[in-house]
Design a protein around this ligand. Sequence first.
Ligand SMILES: Nc1nc2c(ncn2[C@@H]2O[C@H](COP(=O)(O)OP(=O)(O)OP(=O)(O)O)[C@@H](O)[C@H]2O)c(=O)[nH]1
Ligand SMILES: [Mg+2]
Length: 270
Amino acid sequence: MPENSITAATPTAASAPQPVRAMRLGVAGPVGTGKSSLIATLCRRLAHQVSLAVVTNDIYTDEDARFLKSAGVLDPERIRPVETGACPHTAIRDDVTANLLAAEDLEADFAPLDLVVIESGGDNLTATFSPALVDAQLFVLDVAGGGDVVRKGGPGIARADLLVVNKTDLGPHVGVDVDRMVREGREARDGRPVVALSRHDEASVDMLVAWVLGTLATYRTGAHVAVDPGPMAPHFHADEGHPDGGFVHDHAADEGAAHQHAPAGSGRYA
Ligand SMILES: Nc1nc2c(ncn2[C@@H]2O[C@H](COP(=O)(O)OP(=O)(O)OP(=O)(O)O)[C@@H](O)[C@H]2O)c(=O)[nH]1
Ligand SMILES: [Mg+2]
């Protein structure tokens, strides 16, 4: 198994006010990388010590919610599906209303909740959660997607709160050097944590659970700051009514104003 060592930010005596709602943890990543399985593992390990609920996102179905309910790891009432009806990133980044409502409903119905985990529908390497929706986010890759995928980069790989390299047990079967993949993940992330995970390796699950609990502890002190991994790259939206069958959409322009950190007119940003 690869060398595995991650730490969540240490709680400090915070001057910020303590949050009054549950921490929202986003789980994003390409299709089939193991997001639902990871959430089932978290529920199995955490449900007896923290009060948690799950929101799933699927384009046309409630498949992920049904999978989690059938896993028997959490009261099925605490698992709610959002049907996005569009590219998954639309509901986790562009218009987060449906997800916010689902999270707030769960928080009201099961108060007090400690943690709401939100699974994105599987998307491409550029999709990340808006910090308006989640307080922290995981980006999940798997070794079966190929050893090169970390090098391909993207905002989730580089800047999600935690990068998960999942299904490490499959490395020998798909000819992927897992240690190298994890090392390249660390290099791409400027010191941000990476965990090499397999649901068949309890020690790796311990690392993930410790990171979630550590982040939750920091969140409760008020010291946790939600980080935006950054806007999506320009991408194509299919649209049958469009003469070209769709259009290229660029989020950088929408998000520029929101990310203007210098006072207007200070001249620090062109
Ligand atoms: N070998 C191995 N397989 C895993 C592991 N975790 C998940 N899987 C398998 O990977 C497949 C996809 O897992 P899911 O959890 O459904 O993946 P997902 O990212 O939620 O998929 P979408 O929601 O469709 O994007 C399933 O067949 C899982 O059983 C793991 O640690 N090791
Ligand atoms: Mg899933």
